[in-house]
Design a protein around this ligand. Structure first.
Ligand code: HEM
Ligand code: NAG
Ligand code: NAG
Ligand code: NAG
Ligand code: NAG
Ligand code: NAG
Ligand code: NAG
Ligand code: NAG
Ligand code: NAG
Length: 604
């Protein structure tokens, strides 16, 4: 019942958004993918660590509880008066403090370690972690905004501890910007999952026979995000150690929950009131950020999304790759008759901007995604279907923009998805990343020191050879360089952030009007991304932005499919691409591309 109400609200949000979102919006696109697909670009899944409402295998701890508490502890140092602290990832450097004591914090930090990148800060991951934690254990969906900025050092302290008195706690929450009633709400919304563990508080929870294994005394009798923590408190059946412990110094929940004569606790006693109050107050919690940080608009689920777009060379063929993601309502069957095609216009020549012919792909295969990719999408009743395209491009004509045609085969004809207007733009074709010629090799192990204490970590130094294709015209007068960024480094010592110039690589012969440039760099992080730039003599800059390197060696090759060219009065199928079958060496294919280009032009 709860879910259907949220679904209606979110469906409205999806409908509104369709009017102002335009691709490409790399910040939005990247945050949206992590939140609604639960994974980063190479498929590595953050959501699956916690979803569905998982326990940690070695300790049986609720991972959701650990993640939610982690977000609170990072936020809890905020000072509303001077704008310092807040959700800024500084907790990564604060784990040796008594207020952040226990094994849950380093476990959570390491869960999150590989996910931050140029567009998603560690603090945004902590916030998304809280959103996942609540929703995967059947709590409400907390609206998410991105744009948090990471601190790369420890900040002030100030997380509440159970032995402190009520006035101290009230003062701490006032400093963070919360009233007494909001303090009660936040604490009840936090203490609905997980509990107190023997390894952290042996005075409250006696250790078991194996003192290394934590014994848990949960805050309530369910593992779900629900109002039971409130109802059991009010009806006197609670076993919450922070309420019932015999040492009254430690019963901080009792002091907090009864701080306003139980008024707030009574207001939280119904399931719906608990869910909606927690949705609001936890949204406020994750949006507490240092002064000067501006959050994005809410990141809502895109009903149709373009992703993994790349114009590049593969096996010597100039190809355009794009994936199109549609929503599938989980309660209804997939339309197996549906066809989805990619269409595009040439960038140059007589077919420029589809003045002559429009190019059309064959329909792509339907790829049904696991409905459990992200708890947030699943809770809204959706899953995803993807259509992946790889098409050959005539380098002389290149590509200026593209769109998709979806035909449900219901007699109504195809629907075009055109990015709310003129199609999805191919922003530039002057400098292009070439993943299939690039490589990453593990060269040696190295020892990394964690900031804020803890054992040193063995890190891996990876050496990358990165290759770009550069359109030949004027290339010799241009500067070709890349910015490499990796913020996902064990212990978060500092971002790896470097710029290198790429040099013409003579072992890679020019193909179809493109020259190949390369450069080498070494990095110890987990998620190196590169922006490849070309600056012309007149200062004009072209950029292939935010290219992933994590899957350089394991992305399966997919051959380009056939293309149809449709003019205003004629239609012709191009058999030219058959010529490319089974060609593998660069030299042969280099020749073939030119031939194909010629054949294609002669056909039109
Ligand atoms: C005065 C305020 C608070 C105090 C004194 C407090 C104290 C504690 C203590 C002592 C534990 C047990 C930790 C352990 O055994 O390692 C705990 C667990 C927890 N706290 Fe709080 N807390 C407060 C507020 C909050 C808030 C506002 C949230 C989130 C909104 C929160 C979320 C959690 C969660 C989810 C756990 C369970 C962690 C797990 O099972 O791993 N707490 N808290
Ligand atoms: C985790 O919980 C299960 C079920 O309660 C139990 O069988 C198992 O022994 C526990 N494992 C650990 C490591 O505590
Ligand atoms: C109660 O807990 C406090 C804080 O940990 C501790 O200082 C005190 O000694 C405890 N009292 C008893 C009677 O155990
Ligand atoms: C609040 O509720 C608790 C649990 O039912 C009860 O023990 C306590 O006396 C109440 N406090 C006040 C001030 O009503
Ligand atoms: C790095 O260390 C791991 C384990 O310590 C070892 O298996 C691996 O071979 C080492 N790699 C290199 C390149 O030294
Ligand atoms: C190449 O450079 C020349 C001289 O700077 C300029 O006039 C011309 O427009 C450039 N051509 C392209 C395709 O950018
Ligand atoms: C990386 O370096 C560039 C150029 O110096 C700078 O603009 C950018 O803010 C840096 N990014 C990070 C995350 O440090
Ligand atoms: C040129 O490219 C080849 C193939 O990727 C690579 O093995 C080689 O290291 C590159 N040379 C330089 C100087 O970067
Ligand atoms: C491409 O088109 C040709 C000619 O129409 C056809 O023979 C071939 O089977 C097609 N290839 C694929 C992969 O569809």
């Amino acid at each position: 019942m709860l879910h259907s109400r949220f679904t209606i609200l979110l469906s409205l949000a999806v409908a509104c958004l369709a009017d102002d979102y335009r691709w490409p919006s790399p910040l939005y696109d990247t945050l949206e993918q992590l939140l609604y697909e639960g994974r980063r670009a190479d498929g590595s899944s953050l959501a699956s660590l916690v979803h569905p409402c998982r326990a940690r295998p070695d300790t049986n701890a609720s991972i959701a509880a650990e993640w939610l508490r982690f977000a609170f502890h990072d936020m809890a140092t905020h000072d509303i008066a001077d704008g310092s602290g807040g959700l800024d990832g500084s907790i990564a450097y604060e784990l040796s403090r008594a207020e952040n004591f226990g094994v849950a914090f380093p476990s959570t930090l390491s869960d999150f370690e590989v996910y931050p990148n140029k567009y998603v800060s560690r603090a945004d991951i902590i916030a998304i972690g809280a959103v996942f934690a609540v929703s995967t254990c059947s709590g409400p969906i907390i609206p998410f905004r991105g744009g948090r900025i990471d601190a790369w050092q420890a900040g002030p302290s100030g997380v509440p501890e159970p032995q402190q008195d009520l006035q101290t706690h009230k003062d701490m929450f006032t400093r963070q910007g919360f009233t007494t009633s909001e303090m009660i709400q936040l604490t009840a919304c936090g203490h609905t999952m997980g509990g107190v563990r023997s390894t952290d508080f042996p005075a409250m929870v006696p250790p078991g026979p194996d003192t290394l294994l934590p014994v848990f005394h949960d805050f309530d009798t369910t593992t779900q995000f629900d109002n039971v923590v409130v109802t059991q408190y009010l009806d006197g059946t609670t076993q919450n150690p922070l309420v019932v412990d015999s040492n009254k110094t430690l019963t901080s929940d009792l002091r907090i929950f009864s701080a306003d004569n139980n008024d707030t606790m009574h207001s939280l006693s119904s399931a719906t009131a608990f869910a909606s109050t927690c949705q609001n107050i936890l949204e406020r919690m994750i949006n507490v950020v240092p002064h000067g940080v501006t959050l994005t608009n809410e990141i809502t689920l895109l009903p149709a999304k373009v992703h993994d777009v790349q114009l590049t060379f593969e096996k010597g063929i100039f190809v355009f790759k794009a994936a199109f993601r549609l929503l599938q309502t989980q309660s209804s069957p997939i339309n197996k008759q549906r066809t989805v095609k990619l269409l595009w216009c040439d960038r140059y020549g007589k077919n420029q901007n589809c003045n002559g012919n429009t190019r059309t792909s064959v329909p792509a295969a339907t790829i049904e995604e696991d409905p459990g990719l992200s708890p947030v999408t699943q809770a809204q009743g959706y899953s995803f279907i993807n259509y992946n395209f790889v098409v050959p491009i005539d380098a002389a004509g290149s590509i200026s923009n593209f769109w998709f045609e979806v035909d449900e085969k219901d007699g109504k004809g195809p629907t075009s998805y055109k990015n709310g207007g003129d199609g999805y733009p191919v922003v530039q074709d002057q400098v292009l990343f070439v993943p299939t010629l690039s490589k990453a090799a593990l060269v040696k192990n190295t020892t990394l020191t964690r900031r804020g204490g803890g054992a040193p970590i063995t890190g891996l130094v990876k050496q990358y050879t990165l290759v770009a294709a550069v359109r030949s015209t004027n290339a010799s007068n241009s500067r070709i360089y890349l910015n490499a960024l990796d913020v996902a480094i064990s212990g978060f010592p500092a971002p790896f952030n470097t710029t290198i110039d790429l040099q013409r690589n003579s072992s890679l012969p020019s193909i179809g009007g493109y020259d190949f440039y390369s450069g080498v760099l070494a990095d110890t992080g987990f998620q190196l991304t590169v922006d490849i730039n070309r600056v012309e003599a007149d200062g004009t800059t072209y950029t292939d932005d935010f290219k992933q390197t994590t899957d350089l060696d394991n992305t399966p090759y997919v051959a380009p499919t056939n293309v149809t060219s449709t003019g205003k009065s004629s239609s012709s199928k191009s058999p030219a691409w058959r010529a490319l079958d089974n060609l593998h060496t660069t030299q042969l294919v280099a020749g073939a591309v030119l031939v194909v280009g010629a054949v294609m032009n002669s056909l039109l």
